[in-house]
Design a protein around this ligand. Structure first.
Ligand SMILES: Cc1cc2nc3c(=O)[nH]c(=O)nc-3n(C[C@H](O)[C@H](O)[C@H](O)COP(=O)(O)OP(=O)(O)OC[C@H]3O[C@@H](n4cnc5c(N)ncnc54)[C@H](O)[C@@H]3O)c2cc1C
Length: 387
């Protein structure tokens, strides 16, 4: 069996390592570490899991498989996925082409049970919301959030348990000139038969031949300490998207351990290097959040912000993942381009990447294909706000 070397132990790299090991390959996984890496996008207290992808049914189908996978991992790896359900609310009525209406139609047609909610329902069931403004929406009992950093820690332990050779403290710097393998930061040549580069937002910086295809962008994350914790318990404050195509804002119930309410923005973001000194939330981003809270969650308007973070996407030009062999380097697979929405697919990502490594066909490969030169950027992911 081919020896596979994977650089990058975020969710792309570690799930690929586990899957390829299960398929019998000797696997080495290298990452500068420590793991979960504090600057990695995968390392956070929570990530949204949703079936809803607007009119993009293949993503909903993939998310269905992922949700089954999270339920299985809850049993096998211990609680990680909290099925709080997903609340999508908007200030204006549904219309064809809106994320909320298209999602509702597709998810219902596929046999799930999202329900429509109106202002009265919002007022009684989800009292933290400004029901006078947000009067149109859906609540899907399926979906919720995963504790992503915890998931990475458990997956890293699982990889070790399966016999993946994990080398923390080892960084990819370049590919070897002859043969297959990498040169590490310490100058060590590490040979393999296949190489997977799963470097997240570091991709455009570490792979110069792909610098034009990806952009690393920073996105603000806020942790708030609500005075009235009860109003933010999952049953009254499930994972939400607040007219996300327009506002970009989404968030989570009070965290089971810390009690903080995390709110973030899935918008344009700011171009930056993952290790940039400018990697902190700006006064402008904070003011925008306060304005959003004032109109949406009156109980959070004055709530203290107890933590902020800038987390990075590896943006592809169309917002779709990039999981493909390099046509100029056939032994190399690049698995990246998360565009801010890949973590939820962790239970199925490993197989998608392993199939490309092994040359096994999958219908999704055309979507995640090697597609240089897509200009201008035109995100096709339904929730991404252009602002
Ligand atoms: C603010 C924010 C919110 C998000 N919310 C959601 C959400 O709600 N739902 C969802 O599904 N997704 C969400 N995402 C997206 C999700 O976090 C990413 O899609 C996913 O974590 C990307 O994983 P990755 O493995 O590509 O990158 P990362 O997790 O960043 O991992 C990359 C790894 O590469 C390593 N590395 C870097 N350089 C080298 C090198 N030279 N050699 C070896 N290793 C190296 C790093 O140390 C790191 O461990 C969000 C992302 C952000 C930024």
């Amino acid at each position: 069996m081919d020896r596979v070397l994977i650089a990058g132990a975020g969710v792309f790299g570690v799930t690929a390592a586990i899957e390829l090991r299960k398929r019998g390959h000797p696997v080495m996984l290298v990452d500068p570490g420590p793991l979960p890496h504090p600057l990695a996008a995968s390392t956070d207290i929570s990530k949204v899991v949703r079936l809803e992808y607007g009119a993009d049914e293949p993503y909903t189908a993939l998310a269905e498989r992922a949700v089954e996978g999270w339920r299985r991992w809850n049993r096998d790896l211990g609680p990680l996925y909290h099925e709080t359900g997903l609340l999508l609310l908007r200030r204006t009525p549904f219309a064809p082409g809106t994320f909320e209406q298209d999602s509702f139609e597709i998810v219902s047609r596929r046999g799930h049970r999202p329900e429509l909610v109106d202002g009265a329902a919002v007022r009684t069931r989800f009292p933290a919301w400004n029901a006078g403004r947000y009067r149109y929406g859906t609540y899907d009992p399926e979906g919720g959030f995963v504790e992503s950093a915890k998931a990475i820690a458990r997956l890293v332990a699982e990889a070790r348990r399966l016999g993946v050779e994990l080398r923390e403290g080892v960084a990819f710097t370049r590919l070897v000139d002859r043969g297959v393998g990498i040169i590490s930061g310490a100058g060590e040549a590490i040979a393999a038969d296949r190489v997977v580069l799963a470097l997240g937002a570091w991709t455009p910086h570490a792979l110069p031949w792909l610098a034009a295809e990806f952009r690393s962008t920073g996105h603000p994350v806020f942790h708030l300490a609500p005075k009235d914790l009860d109003a933010f318990r999952p049953e009254r404050f499930p994972v939400f998207c607040a007219e996300i195509q327009n506002t970009g804002y989404y968030g989570f119930p009070a965290h089971p351990e810390s009690g903080v309410v995390k709110i973030a923005r899935h918008g344009k973001g700011r171009p930056m290097h993952p290790e940039s000194p400018q990697r902190s939330v700006t006064a402008e981003e904070t003011a925008q959040l306060r304005e959003f809270l004032a109109g949406t969650f009156p109980l959070l308007q004055e709530a203290p912000i107890v933590h902020t973070r800038i987390c990075l996407y590896c943006d592809s030009s169309d917002g779709q993942f990039w999981i493909a062999r390099d046509p100029d380097r056939p032994a190399v697979v690049v698995a990246s381009g998360d565009s801010g929405h890949a973590f939820k697919f962790a239970p199925v990502l490993g197989a998608l990447i392993a199939d490309v490594v092994q040359g096994r066909p999958d219908p999704l490969q055309s979507r995640f294909a090697w597609r240089p030169g897509l200009r201008p950027a035109n995100w096709q992911e339904a929730t991404r706000s252009p602002t």
